[in-house]
Write a protein of this length. Structure first.
Length: 94
């Protein structure tokens, strides 16, 4: 599935949850971030696990797509991301 130019998918199974250090079986894994894409310009990286969109939990790719579609051009929101076992905040601007 594509999101803002990046290839993403739902986190799958307990093995992947453990390997990523995720807090549970919810979230969206960023698989590929092409240079120049909106996702790349906003600081997303391959291997990121998107957990929250503002104050909303992200369980699935559909959640991420739904919340993103509500943003107007120029609006921004903070996303909570698990990156290399650390929780970081990435400001996303549409």
């Amino acid at each position: 599935m594509l999101w803002e130019g990046a290839t993403v998918r739902n986190i799958v199974g307990i093995d992947e949850v453990s390997a990523m250090g995720a807090p549970g079986e919810a979230g969206v894994v960023v698989l590929n971030v092409p240079e120049g894409s909106t996702a790349a310009r906003n600081g997303f990286a391959e291997g990121d696990l998107i957990l929250k969109f503002g104050n909303y939990g992200i369980d699935t790719v559909q959640d991420l797509l739904n919340y993103t579609s509500r943003l107007k051009s120029g609006q921004s929101v903070e996303l909570t991301v698990l990156r290399n076992y650390d929780t970081v905040t990435v400001r996303f601007k549409k």
